[in-house]
Design a protein around this ligand. Sequence first.
Ligand SMILES: [Zn+2]
Length: 282
Amino acid sequence: MFRLLVMRGFALLLLAAPAAGAVEEALPNESAAHLSTLGRKPDWSELDKYQATITHDEFVQLFRQIYATRGCNPDLIKVELDVARILTAAETQNYFVLHFAKGEADRRPVPRWWAVPGALPNEARTAGPLAGFHIALDPGHLGGTWAQMEERWFRIGDAPPVEEGNMTLQVARLLKPRLQSLGAKVSLVREKAEPVTPYRPSDFEEIARQLLLRTGVKDARENFDGPADPEKEQTIAWQRELLFYRNSEIRRRASVINHRLQPDLVLCLHFNAEPWGDPHHP
Ligand SMILES: [Zn+2]
């Protein structure tokens, strides 16, 4: 659990890194132990650009209050006065060493592509309060023919079904011209009721099997009997669908945002379109 938290924290840092490469094209062919699902081995050298950008006190505060609120195994990250030593491979003594800035005055600027509001020249504002800003709208989920698979679909009686992926796309389309009229440049991460990832559930057959094996499910059933099947999570079909519409899709969107769009702000749009049992007492 601690390891997972730490990896998540650093995954966030990596997501925030400026363009390091193109949108990832290749599918990882195995579910690597100790990495989050569909994660790739980190290239620790990518963190070198953060040398001396953070003070000891700020690192400790962010670490305790945001990235590892439940603590961290001290064998994984050792925080000293001048440096943090981060173990890069289990059962080794290999560390990535992050040097802290000695103080506020010595802090190097954090490399980033997005602008904070105060950094925009005032003249630009004459074209509208959001002039100079690039906003990416991410309509959550997929909708359309994928809505039932991704379990963001429900219907009450004979009414048309509620499909979260369609609702978020509709909101994004309404928002786009409004934000543009305030001067912003606006990109949609998803333009239609289709996935952004080029992969489909069938691409994740083997990884689904490996994941189930790792959690102790040996002879996993191939298929499940609809969304109410209490043992669906132990089937290959459910796992490979989840790998498609959640893990692969979200990773792809992050990659498109970080490497292709590079906006100043990302708005992720969501509703909670799940069945709620008794509609009179939701
Ligand atoms: Zn949602």
